[in-house]
Ligand binder design. Structure first.
Ligand code: IPM
Ligand code: MG
Length: 359
């Protein structure tokens, strides 16, 4: 197979984790005889420094020509005081919107080897955590108009608009129901329909879509309750589908209760290519360049890419198995270190995964 990928390493630990992900991609492609063509682009603070904007035209045109984008992380204190219209985060929001990547898949899994890293009580995690947050990514309050800041009655006011059209809800709901069919056939839609008009429409449309999936069980939770249930009994969830802002918050919560933020990948997809794959963690400027970062979330994002963009399920499973194998051998980066384990750096962790693929 011919695979065209654009790597956007971004800022902070983005650079070093991406080197490891590339090693893994090269290894898989060598071993299974796929042609891998990698191009590179600038995004985030790195792009601001070199071009003055967080998402240069050149990056968009490079990405338009590939099957999949692999992104590291964006942002850092260096750009905290920059004009808000060109913040590094705008690069990320811009690329999501540019390619209409409306469905963001964020799996939260408790790796059995890392059970003790979970922040929850052992009796709560004893049932495991294996859920998928499907977050709407290109609409809602993140992009709604009108937005801005102005003076009203002599005072500064600022506002955003939380808005969804029925087709925006329908398409992301379908992604969630389709995903549930490949899992445990349960969808929980999270909203704030007891208060917000936008959530009432969200709920109505999700119920309509559920009619197309009689084999999938649908439930609804208000977002405050969902946040609570996630820590009370995460094992009750299979697929959670929710809006952009609620999904931003709940996906961080779901990730952190597994105790291994550095382990979790994500995929953002639309109806056509390219899709975008990235670790869910940030740019971690405090540890950048020190060979301390955990590259496994990015490596697992490569596995998601193999599966979703190229339908290479066997190759994806080999990458996932290699990661599990390295964990089972007791290797840990600092963020998931526990006593009796062998601590390694970012680069060595990447090498170990590559070796494990060798078999
Ligand atoms: C995420 C991040 C982004 C978001 C930021 C960096 C713009 O928190 O991907 O979850 O809010 O979507
Ligand atoms: Mg977030």
């Amino acid at each position: 197979m011919n695979m065209k990928i654009c790597v956007l390493a971004g800022d902070g630990i983005g650079q070093e984790i991406m080197v490891q992900a590339e090693k893994v991609m090269n290894k898989v492609c060598d071993q299974y005889q796929h042609d891998l063509e990698i191009s590179y682009g600038l995004i985030g603070g790195a792009a601001i420094d070199q071009t003055g904007v967080p998402l240069p035209e050149e990056t968009i045109s490079t990405c338009s020509d590939v099957d999949a984008i692999l992104l590291g992380a964006v942002g850092g204190p260096k750009w905290d005081d920059i004009d808000k219209s060109i913040r590094p985060e705008k690069g990320l929001l811009g690329i999501r919107k540019e390619f209409d990547l409306f469905a963001n898949l964020r799996p939260a899994i408790l790796f059995p080897e890392l059970k003790q890293a979970s922040l929850l009580r052992p009796d709560i995690v004893s049932n495991g955590i294996d859920l998928l947050v499907v977050r709407e990514l290109t609409s809602g309050v993140y992009f709604g108009e009108p937005r801005g800041e102005e003076i009203r009655n002599g005072r500064r006011v600022a506002f955003n608009t939380m808005i969804y059209s029925e087709d925006e809800v329908r398409r992301v709901a379908r992604v969630a129901f389709d995903a549930a069919r490949k899992r445990s056939s349960k969808v929980c839609s999270v909203d704030k329909a007891n208060v917000l008009d936008v959530s009432q429409l969200w709920r109505e449309v999700v119920i309509e879509v559920a009619g197309e999936y009689p084999d999938v069980e649908l439930s609804h939770l208000y977002v405050d309750n969902a946040a609570m249930q996630l820590v009370r009994d995460p094992s009750m969830f299979d697929v959670i589908v929710t809006s952009n802002l609620f999904g931003d918050i709940l996906s961080d919560e779901a990730a952190v209760i597994t105790g291994s933020l550095g382990m979790l990948p994500s995929a953002s997809m639309g109806d056509k290519k390219p899709a975008l794959y990235e670790p869910i963690h940030g740019s971690a400027p405090d540890i950048a360049g020190k060979d301390l970062a955990n590259p496994l979330a990015t490596i697992l994002s490569v596995a998601m890419m193999l599966k979703h963009s190229f339908s290479l399920d066997a190759e994806a499973e080999i990458v996932e198995a290699a990661v599990k194998n390295v964990l089972a051998q007791g290797y840990r980066t600092g963020d998931i270190m526990s006593s009796g384990m062998k601590q390694v750096g970012c680069q060595e962790m990447g090498d170990l995964v590559v070796q494990a693929i060798q078999g």
